[in-house]
Write a protein that binds this ligand. Structure first.
Ligand SMILES: [Zn+2]
Length: 854
């Protein structure tokens, strides 16, 4: 018997659950009746439960039989075994259970969240987070996605509180001093999508989309921040009903902001939960990046209502498709809502993050066999979300958007209220496209890595395209890791500009190499035209030079990819680092926010690689590259300027003030901050986050106190985040030490603390101090932080770029043996090794190059 899959001898079809949470004693009582189909004569019933006390259990049927059962809980397998006093015959049975549990502080299962009300008084609420396998912490259940059932939830709560669950309320009565809230039956769905939230909650007014009432919920005082989230909630709901060709599967939709929340958001059907920063925002006071984040997350969760909730993966290996698809749909919906945001261009940043991780030997295929649910924990990473979404986008562009959509509709219609696998989606897309999808997709999904496509011209004037797996490190691998040469079916979109105009051509590069005949005078060749391909391009020097001379012919996403691929070649040693630095000089006139994000991103990385003595020269280099574009924009926006340009102004100021250590920029930032203190509307909200970051970088103890106060009294979640991360961005060790203490003394929420410490490990100024602190307090942090907290924190070690630190990191983890799941730890260590290798290979050339500039 598979120790990770429950026996299917008793299959639930319906749960009637009644829970009575007590926010004072932080406990809950529960009863449930589960309708079971028993398929063969059984002596026991096995289901999932953990950290619950089972008080009674019995089986009964309509023939008047009752069988008492004795419950034993196994904490390691998280199973509850009900031994029956006498065997139960096949047929329909009702399992009756009574149980008790605790509202924990680990942000999973049924847990408590503590926040301050508008008067500063601490308050407690209760919320749930069940994916992947934590529903079993709230009620005993068949906690696997393929055991779909109908849920009927009743909550008995303090009369002063409000309760929200997946469906609409059908009745509210009172009983023994409690308010009894009964919710309508859910659709047939998986346990991980059940949710209930209890507390002093406030809701916005209702917006009706099609037939669905939509509201946003938050703790008292924050309702003015709910408008934007409700707008994108309504817009994306309408978009998806149209795209999927199926009505929204629930009877209402509530979006709830929870003050303590481990993930970003959770797609519980009809009751989506969010961390506050991902839902609540003041539109007029937020930067473009902050608004985009809310829009993305809301659209993403809404996309899941169909893809994930209505049709659900059969087992946890399907997590990738669930998440990749929702990420892809999130882009489509936000792009349709705000085309001026150019969401698919900004998606280049996500694709770049996936290309970066997937360029490691320790990467993994998008989909891999998953035996235990724990194996799937490692799936919640950029390979699932960002690589997954990138290859779906590549496929959509290759098949055509209409064909792709009809395949998706067919898939949802065929598998609604049930479960499906990757193969089912490929089958549906194949029917729509009249071609087999696995042939094109298998290597992208089931093999690790991706190709770099080299583009050159041979003596006969042919264009030569050749593919090879891209890796940052080329040192020989141990024999077990060596793989036969990998091939992909690479859909290549070419654009050639010549004397007689431009010409597009599509090639499916399936072999190692292909040769194409180009017309006369083909001067400029762009591979990965449109930028959708999940591969890198390495141009021969003459082709690269021709491109750099005609950057005006490239779309922003094509310029983005050009810079991003060149940077990757430099890191991998396929191009001299100084060659890359020279290339960046060609972008002084660049005005696109996303292209600048890849340029400045490479500068932030380099800042961690530099020898400290080179830092002043490097600052001069950054000023040389960034200052002209910033000067052209100026400090103040022009009327009618678009949001992306205003965001760019903030991004460039930040790079100049921090990496460029530009004294004039720092002084101007201080003036602007003072002005914003007097009048919050005085500074563009796109500039304010940068101003705060710059002032932290240049700041002293007085500034630290000021920002600490800003963190404590923040009015919006975004404001709180800006000040919180600013506390990690000072340079004075004493101040940094204070921030580290706050990460373990309860001042910084455990949902945020791992990310703050990670930021400090990634800071060239805080990293050694932070690493020392992490080593000393590892066990404390591990105990305090939610699940996956240490995994997120530990990613910061990739910033400890020095041979000695690397050795120390390896020693520490060899002793601690942290369990991050999958290959996560190996990936962190390899990323660090890539950076140290770059540092050692390029140190002297870099030093010479920079000092020549200065
Ligand atoms: Zn998701």
């Amino acid at each position: 018997m598979d120790p990770y899959r429950l026996p299917r001898t008793a299959v639930p079809s319906r749960y009637d659950i009644r829970l009575e949470p007590d926010l004072t004693t932080l406990t809950f009582k529960g009863t449930e009746t589960v309708a079971l189909d028993v398929t063969e004569r059984i002596a026991e019933v096995v289901l999932n439960a953990i950290e619950l006390t089972i008080e009674s259990a019995s089986l009964e049927n309509d023939r008047g039989e009752t069988i008492r059962a004795t419950a034993t809980l196994d904490e390691t397998t998280e199973r509850c075994r009900l031994t029956l006093a006498s065997p139960a015959a096949p047929g329909r049975w009702r399992l009756r259970l009574a149980f008790r549990g605790t509202l924990n502080d680990k942000l999973r299962g049924f847990y408590r969240s503590v926040y301050k009300d508008p008067n500063g008084v601490p308050r407690t609420m209760a919320a749930t987070q069940f994916e992947a396998t934590d529903a079993r912490r709230a009620f005993p259940c068949w906690d696997e996605p393929s055991f779909k059932a109908v849920f009927s939830v009743t909550l008995a709560i303090d009369p002063g509180l409000t309760a929200v669950s997946n469906t609409a309320i059908v009745s509210e009565t009172s009983e023994a001093g409690r308010k009894i809230v009964r919710f309508a039956d859910s659709i047939k769905m998986s346990t991980y999508l059940v949710a209930f939230v209890v507390g002093e909650l406030e809701a916005t007014g209702t917006v009706v989309v099609g037939r669905t009432p939509l509201r946003v919920w938050c703790v008292p005082g924050k309702k003015p921040l709910a408008r934007f989230g409700q707008d994108i909630g309504a817009a994306s709901l309408a978009f998806f009903e149209q795209y999927y060709g199926l009505p929204y599967p629930g009877d209402k939709l509530d979006l709830l902001a929870i003050p303590d929340f481990a993930a970003g958001a959770m797609e519980n059907l009809g009751a989506i939960t969010f961390r506050e920063t991902a839902l609540l925002v003041e539109e007029t006071a937020a930067s473009h990046a902050e608004l985009e984040r809310v829009a993305d997350v809301v659209a993403h969760e809404n996309a899941h209502m169909w893809f994930g909730d209505l049709v659900t993966m059969s087992w946890w290996n399907g997590i990738w498709l669930n998440e990749a698809f929702a990420t892809f749909m999130e882009m489509l919906a936000v792009d349709a809502w705000k085309p001026e945001w150019q969401r698919w261009v900004t998606f280049g940043v996500s694709r770049a993050a996936a290309l970066s991780l997937d360029g490691l030997h320790s990467t993994r295929p998008i989909e891999f066999p998953v035996t235990s649910p724990r194996d799937a924990d490692a799936m919640f990473d950029v390979l699932t979300y960002e690589k997954g979404a990138s290859v779906l986008r590549m496929l959509e562009q290759y098949l055509g958007a209409e064909v792709f959509r009809s395949g998706v509709r067919d898939y949802l219609e065929t598998h609604k209220f049930a479960n499906a696998d990757t193969g089912d989606l490929w089958a549906a897309l194949g029917r729509a496209a009249h071609q087999p999808i696995p042939a094109v997709m298998d290597a992208w999904i089931f093999k690790p890595g991706y190709p770099v496509v080299s583009v050159s011209r041979d003596a006969g004037g042919h264009l030569v395209l050749a593919q090879q797996r891209f890796n940052y490190l080329r040192e020989p691998l141990p024999p077990a890791a060596a793989e036969p040469e990998q091939r992909w079916q690479v859909p290549i979109q070419l654009r050639v500009h010549g004397r007689s105009g431009s010409l597009e051509e599509r090639v499916l590069l399936a072999e190692r190499e292909a040769r194409l005949r180009l017309g006369e005078g083909a001067d400029v060749v762009i591979a990965n035209a449109g930028g959708h391909g999940f591969y890198r391009v390495r141009y021969a020097p003459d082709l690269l030079e021709a491109l750099l001379k005609r950057l005006d012919l490239l779309a922003p996403i094509e310029r983005f990819n050009l810079v991003n691929d060149a940077w990757a070649m430099a890191v991998a040693g396929l191009m001299p680092l100084t060659g890359y630095l020279e290339l960046t000089a060609r972008f002084r006139d660049e005005r696109d926010k996303n292209v600048w994000s890849v340029l400045t991103g490479s500068f932030y990385s380099l800042n961690r690689v530099l020898a400290p003595a080179d830092r002043p020269h490097f600052a001069a280099f950054v000023r040389d590259r960034v200052a002209p574009a910033f000067a052209a924009l100026g400090w103040t926006g022009r009327p009618g300027e678009d949001e992306l340009t205003r965001q760019l102004r903030g991004d460039l100021a930040r790079a100049l003030g921090i990496l460029g250590d530009d004294a004039a920029v720092q002084a101007r930032a201080a003036e602007l901050y003072a002005a914003a203190k007097r009048d919050p509307g005085a500074v563009d909200p796109n500039l304010l986050p940068a101003v705060i970051a710059i002032l932290a970088h240049a700041g002293d103890a007085r500034r630290y106190e000021e920002f600490l106060d800003g963190f404590r009294s923040a009015r919006t979640p975004q404001d709180e985040q800006r000040y919180l991360y600013a506390l990690a961005a000072f340079r004075d060790p004493a101040l940094l030490g204070q921030t580290l203490e706050r990460a373990i003394n309860g001042e910084i929420r455990t949902q945020d603390a791992p990310f703050v410490v990670r930021a400090m490990l990634m800071s060239a100024y805080a990293r050694e101090l932070a690493w020392d602190f992490v080593k000393r307090h590892w066990d404390t942090m591990d105990r305090l932080y939610p699940k996956h907290g240490m995994r997120r924190l530990a990613e910061g070690v990739t910033g400890l770029v020095a041979r000695a630190l690397e050795a120390d990191v390896q020693r520490f983890f060899a002793e601690k043996k942290p369990q991050f799941g999958g290959k996560v730890l190996a990936q962190y260590l390899e990323q660090l090794h890539v950076a140290v290798t770059l540092q050692e290979r390029e140190a002297s050339a870099l030093s010479a190059y920079l000092s020549k500039l200065g």
